[in-house]
Design a binder for this molecule. Sequence first.
Ligand SMILES: CSCCC(=O)C(=O)COP(=O)(O)O
Ligand code: MG
Length: 233
Amino acid sequence: MSGPVAIVTDVEGTTSSVAFVRDVLFPFARKHLAEYVALHGQQSTVRQCLSDARTLAGEPGLDDVGTVALLQRWLREDRKATPLKTLQGLIWAEGYSRGELKGHVYADAARELRAWHGRGLRLYVYSSGSVAAQKLLFGYSIEGDLTPLLSGHFDTTTGPKLEAASYTKIAQALALSPGDILFLSDSVAELDAARQAGLRTACLDRGEVAVPQGHGHPTFPDFTSLDSFVCVS
Ligand SMILES: CSCCC(=O)C(=O)COP(=O)(O)O
Ligand SMILES: [Mg+2]
């Protein structure tokens, strides 16, 4: 079998540490959400997010203060709801531009992304974090600006990461057959959905969180060990 034409990678737990997302990014959004909505609540994107959140919650009558409380609850629950993820991206943009945030990317991930790009592999990101948030994390990363390596980004506007149809849509967007794409993630449920859509899969088990065993996806502790799989699979 020849190698994949494209690699689509998850972020949290795959290119980047879970602790960075859980202990740095999410608390930053929690801390600044109310202030951000108070200052920018009249901007059309923010109004749209607030309105979409109310619709999703089935509470169209909520005022902005109530909607912020709803979004804070979703943040605590790590809900992958598009309006929340869009707002998080807008709030993080301020943190990155002020130098208060730097995106965590594992050194092995940055090194292999550079190597794979150099070998002509097409590289994409699929995360529940918004496309804007992805570009910030990779653009302001501790490993430098990695955005020139990436040919495209997908988020929850393509569909939920746990649904096979989302991966079918990504394959169509890349104009590739699913079998030409390798999907990388630390989430077995995401890998199962990608495999169901016909993508090749590889599981990252970086030892940071418990990854269940017996799922049948080839498993690697980092991108360095994944390299030989990418090149010969
Ligand atoms: C890329 S922005 C930070 C990650 C994030 O907001 C998130 O919800 C993580 O989702 P992932 O799909 O990358 O596990
Ligand atoms: Mg993940």
